[in-house]
Design a protein around this ligand. Structure first.
Ligand code: 0PR
Length: 361
């Protein structure tokens, strides 16, 4: 056994270390999340008749998120493997409920909607907007064929938030579902602003990831629906499990994710997350101050994501990699993306900005 573990240790050395990673929305999980994960490592939420305690933790973790997002008492929730699964399941449900297959979404939407489109045979009507989607553009694009409008609270490249409240009002009047992808922003926005992006607006569903700013272990996402019965749409009789029905995309699901999320949510609480998010926002301001000093252009951040405007982004990212940095790139918008996650320290920022200046001069 020792030999294999030694081998694994060596192979693990090939992985990038978080102290080099600036372009990820993941971060090392909180200590308590890891401890909780280990305790529930063998549990399976796909057959929760066997794991009633774990099921309780899934429900309690969902309830915590539902409260954070002002869900009405009629809500239903699902613990998922992350934003991709949550987005696919939401589209699946709204396609079934509406009996339509057209989705309106902003250009900045995450590529998981391309996957959803391919799997569910959805027609995507993309709104070409610069940083975020405006309500008047949605108004022009929707029709009687629209099943759902996808909005984003904290988009992948810029961290910008669509005009969700206004869009939800328009869609409510037209009987169109509204899904909010808050995979990243869900664990950021409530702690730094009063911006309405959640169930206080007339939205239908929202997803938030525990394995991004939630400090839980991978895999961990949440999908919350406004109405309990909507989840029934995807319910199937699960014949061989001890549990009679499943209403989820996955079969076997890690209960450890529920335990890890529950533990970190209750350990940190609202105030604990607020502190972490505020620190991330301080580091965001610190990075933009250094960029200003060096006269390097960027898109003014609203969350802890900085899109740095450059030429030859692929070459820059390649050069940065040689200096030990991993950044996200978007060649279409000509930006490299830095996500100021909890693991990104000020000394990393100092060194990164100096290296960036060298690479682009
Ligand atoms: N929705 C939004 C707004 C996202 O930003 C992401 C992921 C997803 C959904 C999908 O989430 P899952 O990957 O959990 O299914 N956005 C980043 C991306 O895919 C996340 C990322 C990037 C994570 C780099 C790690 C990393 O190393 O671009």
């Amino acid at each position: 056994m020792r030999d294999i573990l030694n081998e694994l240790e060596k192979i693990r050395e090939k992985d990038a270390k978080y102290k080099q990673i600036l372009g990820s929305m993941c971060t090392p999980p909180h200590k308590i999340a890891i401890e909780a994960y280990k305790m529930f490592i063998e549990t399976n939420l796909g057959d929760y008749e066997l794991f009633k305690g774990t099921k309780e933790l899934e429900e309690k973790a969902i309830e915590w998120i539902a409260n954070l997002l002002h869900a009405p008492p009629t809500y239903a929730g699902l613990l998922t493997s992350g934003g991709t699964e949550s987005n696919i399941v939401a589209m699946w449900i709204f396609k079934l409920l509406s009996n339509k297959n057209e989705i309106v979404l902003p250009k900045q939407a995450h590529f998981s909607f391309l996957k959803a489109s391919s799997i569910l045979n959805l027609k995507l009507k993309v709104i070409d907007c610069k940083y975020y989607m405006k309500a008047n553009e949605v108004k022009k694009k929707i029709s009687s064929k629209t099943a759902c409008v996808v909005t984003i609270a904290g988009n992948t490249n810029f961290g910008y938030i669509d005009e969700i409240e206004e869009i939800a009002d328009i869609c409510y009047d037209e009987n169109i579902f509204v899904h909010v992808d808050a995979a990243f922003g869900g664990f950021v926005i409530p702690f730094i602003s009063n911006k309405v992006f959640d169930f206080r607006a007339k939205i239908s569903s929202i997803c938030v990831d525990g394995h991004k700013m939630g400090m839980a272990c991978i895999p961990c996402g949440f999908l919350i629906l406004r109405e309990k019965e909507w989840l029934e749409e995807i319910k199937v009789r699960s014949k061989c499990t001890h549990t009679k029905f499943q209403a989820s995309l996955l079969g076997t699901r890690p209960g450890a994710s529920a335990a890890s999320a529950y533990a970190v949510m209750h350990f940190l609480g609202y105030e604990g997350y607020k502190k972490i998010v505020e620190e991330c926002m301080n580091k965001t301001a610190y990075l933009t101050k250094l960029l200003d000093e060096k006269k390097i252009e960027y898109v003014k951040p609203v969350l802890n994501i900085v899109a740095i405007k450059l030429k030859n982004v692929e070459r820059v990212a390649e050069e940065l990699k040689k200096k030990g940095w991993y950044v996200g790139i978007d060649e279409e918008n000509e930006i490299i993306r830095v996500v100021l996650m909890p693991h990104v320290e000020k000394d990393m920022i100092n060194k990164f900005v100096n290296d960036l200046e060298e690479v682009i001069k």
